[in-house]
Ligand binder design. Structure first.
Ligand SMILES: Cc1cc2nc3c(=O)[nH]c(=O)nc-3n(C[C@H](O)[C@H](O)[C@H](O)COP(=O)(O)O)c2cc1C
Length: 440
């Protein structure tokens, strides 16, 4: 007979709580479904009921429930993997990488209670396995399952958190396919596949804490831990070169912002922290970023506009053209949700008696400012923010220093207007590296 698998939902109307007898509930659900357990059967158990029985709950702090859950996920995380407005992906202390630390708040008895993942899902699975075997004499396997998203594919699937008495991975190294080629994929995540199969018959609305999977080929018993990828085999942990290239390429000059979307100060601080990793001459930290309050912004932009109008008028530029250029600049600098005025301070510069070396020394500090501003904008882009680096202050340094009360050693580097982009930027054109990478 060809291979065949039976997957049977074992519903239960029990409202689970701390200290409940999970083995008794499982055996009762099997009896109610008319199923008698056999050797080799595997029962998938929703991690939620395991957490309830083990009392893995925490009071949710006051405030917005979603935010509170996110905060709790952050506090309990071993590592933050991705922190975006839409999703917080963390690595839990167990080593699971999932959204919001796997913390659940739905269908939990009592208000404002968060349900954490079981502390040790393998131990939970093993306890339940031993207890079921003790009461029935049957050798069954247990898989504790939960619903996780996947980074490369849409939709969630059920995965195995804890495994006992059944296979976790099936090692296929050395096996050959029909054509005699050795198999490239060397390990099958059997317990995850079993968890996924179980989910197909689960009715989340009415509660199906247990699902029986019958007919699995026998395999070497494993644990949920077997399915965790060791850090040194995680090619994406540090992103790899392509991630860095992607991050750099995703910085685009954005000149129009969505006024309705506030800029999180955490993103501004993360971007400034990245700016501070730029290289700088003589081990200095010469960068300064003034985040302009509304009143300061207005005073500074008014004074700069006067200076610019005078310059252009003296150049003989017609008044209508001057007005148009000022209006174009205002549209960015006065409307941006956040305006930063970056500087380098030349306090740490070496002194030279001649203008040639003095100018070169100043240029090096300004270059370091450019590197810092690039870092800043790359990290802003990674936070979904757009920025425009506008020359502005560089052309009227004395005016800027006077309005802001800065010493002569502060060298303005333009301004950075930032916010959520009003529209997605046009795609970048292709580049020809040979245009700029030359050999001499
Ligand atoms: C030092 C510096 C000064 C700049 N000044 C201005 C400016 O005054 N106004 C402006 O609209 N863009 C300014 N830009 C942005 C460039 O025009 C922008 O980088 C260019 O359009 C390429 O687009 P991208 O940044 O999306 O690749 C400046 C860029 C740099 C590096």
């Amino acid at each position: 007979m060809s291979a065949r698998l039976e997957v049977v939902a074992l519903p239960s109307e029990q409202r689970f709580g701390a200290g409940d007898d999970l083995a008794a509930a499982l055996l009762q659900a099997a009896t109610d479904a008319g199923v008698e357990l056999r050797d080799g059967d595997v029962v998938c158990v929703a991690s939620k009921v395991v957490s309830l029985v083990e009392d893995a709950t925490r009071p949710l702090p006051a405030g917005d429930a979603r935010q509170a859950r996110r905060r709790l996920a952050r506090e309990t995380a071993a590592r933050i993997v991705a922190d975006t407005p839409g999703v917080l992906v963390t690595e839990t202390p167990h080593g699971f990488v999932c959204a919001n630390g796997g913390i659940d708040a739905s269908n939990v008895p009592g208000e404002r209670v968060a349900l954490l993942l079981p502390t040790d899902p393998d131990a939970s699975a093993e306890r339940l396995r031993a207890e079921v075997t003790r009461r029935t004499g049957r050798q069954v396997g247990i898989v504790v399952t939960d619903t996780f998203g996947r980074p490369w594919r849409l939709g969630q699937t059920e995965v195995a958190l804890g495994v006992a008495g059944t296979a976790a991975l099936r090692d296929e190294r050395g096996a050959t396919d029909l054509d005699g080629r050795s198999l490239e994929v060397t390990e099958a995540a059997i317990a995850d596949e079993v968890a996924g199969a179980a989910d197909l018959v689960r009715d989340k609305g009415s509660g199906t804490p247990f699902v029986l999977v019958r007919g699995l080929p026998a395999g070497r018993p494993g644990t949920g831990r077997d399915l965790l990828r060791p850090a040194d085999q995680d090619a994406f942990r540090a992103g790899g070169p392509t991630a860095a290239e992607f991050a750099v390429a995703s910085r685009r000059t954005v000149r129009r912002f969505d006024p309705a979307r506030p800029v999180p100060q955490t993103a501004v601080r993360a971007a400034v922290a990245a700016a501070m990793t730029a290289p700088a001459p003589h081990h200095t930290r010469p960068w300064r970023f003034l985040q302009l309050r509304a009143d300061t912004r207005q005073r500074l932009l008014d004074a700069m506009a006067r200076r610019w109008r005078e310059d252009l008028t003296a150049d003989g530029v017609p008044a209508s053209v001057v007005a148009r250029r000022l209006a174009r600049s205002d549209a960015v600098l006065r409307e941006a949700p956040v305006l930063l005025a970056p500087f380098v301070v030349l306090d740490g510069a070496h002194h030279y008696p001649d203008p040639r070396r003095t100018t070169a020394e100043r240029d090096l500090f300004v270059l370091s400012g450019g590197a810092a501003l690039q870092n800043l904008q790359v990290v802003l882009a990674a936070h979904g923010l757009g920025a425009a680096w506008i020359s502005s202050t560089a052309f009227c340094a004395p005016t800027v220093r006077e309005v802001l009360g800065l010493e002569a050693s502060w060298q303005p580097l333009g301004m950075v207007a930032l916010g959520h982009p009003a529209a997605a930027p046009a795609p970048r054109g292709t580049v020809d590296v040979d245009e700029v990478l030359l050999e001499r």
